[in-house]
Design a protein around this ligand. Structure first.
Ligand code: LRH
Ligand code: MN
Ligand code: MN
Length: 386
């Protein structure tokens, strides 16, 4: 049995990155409902992210999305973050919201559009240099809607060429994380539809290229923990975009749809040696009808709970049951951990970190929500649908 002190230390050291776009008015596809007090600038998003870290103690970094977080001086933005007790995390590129990208970005048949997209990706690496960010996160909306629309293999060649140009621009300590998504917005072919395609590109690109698993980007029934185990085994799991999906790419609170799946994923991370800074634990969510900051705090807590359960798995007992071919016994070991109520343990961890045992209640008591509703007028849409 893992010593409880080691479990607590591992939980206290966890780092979950929150996305800047979750703080703004954003929602994936339909109406975006405006909320009072939403940030009007990247700085205000960082102020909100700082509240999440202040109450949870495990959300020290914030991912940016360019151009949603465009600003004149990224080094100054990084200093602003630090002054507020957080740091800037992954830089998310965006080559999917301009008219030029109707037929794709880096896979577009038009070399001028490909150049424009590549220039944006390279600009994102410049931004990383200024912010001190380690990771560039790449998601491409590229694909085709109709059979025959474009040449599938030529598009892969164009993709490989752009990725190689980005890789060549990375600094020694920087990485590129390639995200896949099985459909949408393209419906016939998607240029990076699955982990296999992302893996094949990352393998060619070398050690600085890693796959990122967005938990919302799979067909129903996909065994995501298998993908996680395999990528970790190959040294190619760069990180997660955590969220929940009931149907497609819903971007709902992680752990809301299927906490058991989240536990199974975290167990593979822990068992595969991926619980550390080499795997980035990022949220990629939007909060359209629910208050945003408490929703992000809740999401962080959901990841913590799944992690605590994964850390509590009695690995020795499990290995023994597996070696004995004890099907029910090994399953019972995992289920015992999953069925443990870890909330008291996490409350203790928080108190030992000098935090309130209940981050959501502490946030509500702080009055931050009321203060920003009063002081920030005219918050703008900050992401999808912008
Ligand atoms: C695409 C995606 C990708 C984007 C983010 C806003 O669906 O998951 O990570 O950058 O949403
Ligand atoms: Mn994502
Ligand atoms: Mn997504």
């Amino acid at each position: 049995m893992t010593a409880i002190s080691a479990v607590k230390a591992a939980l206290a050291a966890q780092a979950i990155e929150t996305p800047s776009w979750a703080y703004g008015n954003s929602g994936t596809r339909f109406k975006v409902f405006a909320q009072p007090g939403v940030p009007r600038s990247p700085q205000e998003k960082l102020e909100d992210a700082a509240q999440v870290h202040r109450h949870t103690g495990v959300a020290p970094t914030v991912a940016l999305h360019i151009p949603w977080d465009r600003t004149d001086d990224y080094a100054a933005l990084a200093r602003f973050a630090e002054d507020h007790g957080v740091r800037l995390g992954a830089i998310n590129a965006n080559v999917f919201q301009e008219d030029d990208y109707r037929l794709g970005s880096v896979c577009n048949p038009d070399p001028a559009v490909r150049r424009k997209a590549l220039d944006h990706l390279l600009e994102c690496v410049d931004i990383m240099d200024a912010t001190g960010s380690r990771d560039l996160k790449l998601w491409f909306a590229d694909g085709t809607n109709y059979p025959g629309q474009d040449d599938i293999r030529a598009r892969q060649d164009r993709l490989a060429e752009a990725l190689e140009a980005v890789r060549a621009r990375l600094g020694e300590d920087q990485r590129m994380l390639l995200e896949y998504k099985f459909f949408e917005p393209a419906f016939y072919t998607t240029d990076v539809p699955d982990w296999g395609t992302a893996y094949a590109h990352c393998l060619r690109l070398g050690p600085q290229a890693q796959v990122v698993v967005d938990t919302g980007h799979h067909a129903p029934g996909t065994n995501i923990e298998f993908i996680v185990a395999l990528l970790l085994r190959e040294g190619k799991l760069g990180g997660f975009d955590f969220n929940s999906r009931f149907y497609a790419d819903d971007d709902l609170m992680v752990g809301a749809a299927d906490p058991f799946q989240l536990f199974r994923i975290m167990y593979e991370v822990v068992a595969g040696g991926g619980y550390g800074p080499q795997v980035a634990f990022m949220l990629d969510q939007c909060h359209n009808i629910e208050p945003k900051i408490p929703a992000i705090i809740r999401s962080v807590m959901n990841v913590q709970e799944a992690t605590a359960k994964a850390l509590l798995v009695d690995r020795e007992a499990l290995a023994k049951a597996q070696a004995d071919g004890d099907v029910l016994g090994s399953n019972a070991v995992l289920m015992d951990a999953f069925n443990t109520d870890v909330r008291p343990l996490l409350a203790e961890v928080r108190e030992e970190m000098g935090l309130d045992a209940d981050p959501v209640a502490a946030y509500h008591r702080s009055g931050w929500g009321e203060r920003i509703a009063e002081s920030r007028r005219g918050g703008r849409q900050a992401g999808w649908g912008a």
